[in-house]
Design a protein around this ligand. Structure first.
Ligand SMILES: CC(C)(COP(=O)(O)OP(=O)(O)OC[C@H]1O[C@@H](n2cnc3c(N)ncnc32)[C@H](O)[C@@H]1OP(=O)(O)O)[C@@H](O)C(=O)NCCC(=O)NCCS
Length: 244
């Protein structure tokens, strides 16, 4: 690993990063098969500008990655699984005529988490969304700590408590801090994920350049951060991290 303190920068994923992405996957998700070169090739083939790695040092040591595609949201149902949104991880359903950047993957090496690498990857996604004049980013955020509260909380109740700040979820709390809101809680999103027990929050970040009042009004208020619930008129600006 490159020496700590080396600036982390975000660049588009290239073939030379694949081997390190595989190592990153195995470190982050030891139980799950890493992204295969054929999948990464397919992502870069359909949407090269949507694939990012966070690298450190002159040798481009990979410490994080995120992968996205563009979808026409109306072609899907809120309850659709990750596999459906991503064409089983191949992104062949990428549709540049759509208005939604779909966040299919984000991960940071556990050894360098909590140092702002995830924030840099999300900033790259927001910049891309603005540059392509898309309306929004949406993603399924697996409820990573839900298994710890399943005995006492329903999944929606858990999300409300995370939105309130009463509970902290290592993934969803971070995403809410990144300016995302929860628009639904869905079951069966990820198969084989004992931590979330399959539950995910569908999260949304609205592009401040494109958003109109009806997009904000459509959001269910139950999952909004507490301070935004009674201030629906201010939701639009509060949602737009990086835009002020
Ligand atoms: C979710 C994930 C990508 C976040 O990456 P990260 O690099 O840790 O993200 P950041 O460092 O930008 O922010 C994480 C937290 O560290 C805090 N932080 C950032 N820089 C910090 C610093 N210098 N000192 C202390 N805390 C810091 C942030 O405020 C944030 O806190 P919060 O969770 O209370 O909001 C990472 O945890 C991960 O890879 N998880 C496993 C894979 C996963 O679950 N992916 C999401 C699938 S839906």
């Amino acid at each position: 690993m490159s020496p700590a303190g080396d600036e982390v920068r975000v660049v588009n994923t290239e073939q030379r990063h694949y081997a390190q992405i595989a190592v990153l996957c195995r470190t982050t998700y030891p139980e799950t098969a890493p992204w295969a070169p054929e999948q990464l090739d397919s992502h870069r083939h359909v949407f090269p500008e949507g694939q990012f790695v966070a690298v450190q040092g002159a040798d481009e040591h990979v410490v994080g990655m995120c992968a996205s595609l563009v979808v026409n949201w109306e072609d899907y149902k809120m309850l659709d699984s990750w596999e459906t949104f991503t064409a089983d991880g191949m992104f062949t359903c990428h549709d540049r005529k759509g208005r939604t950047l779909y966040g299919a993957e984000v991960m940071v090496d556990p050894r360098v988490q909590h140092q702002g690498v995830g924030d840099k990857l999300y900033a790259a996604r927001r910049e891309l969304t603005e540059r392509l004049k898309l309306l929004r980013i949406r993603a399924g955020a697996r409820l990573r700590d839900y298994h710890r509260y399943a005995a006492t909380h329903g999944p929606a109740e858990y999300v409300v408590d995370v939105a309130n700040g009463t509970l902290h979820d290592p993934t969803l709390s971070f995403q809410m801090r990144e300016g995302f809101h929860v628009i639904a809680v869905v079951p069966h999103y990820l198969t084989d994920d004992p931590e979330s027990m399959g539950y995910a929050a569908v999260i949304e970040w609205l592009n401040p350049e494109m958003v109109r009042p009806e997009h904000v009004k459509e959001r269910p208020t139950a999952f909004l951060r507490r301070e935004l619930r009674t201030e629906s008129g201010k939701t639009q600006t509060s949602a737009a991290k990086g835009s002020s």
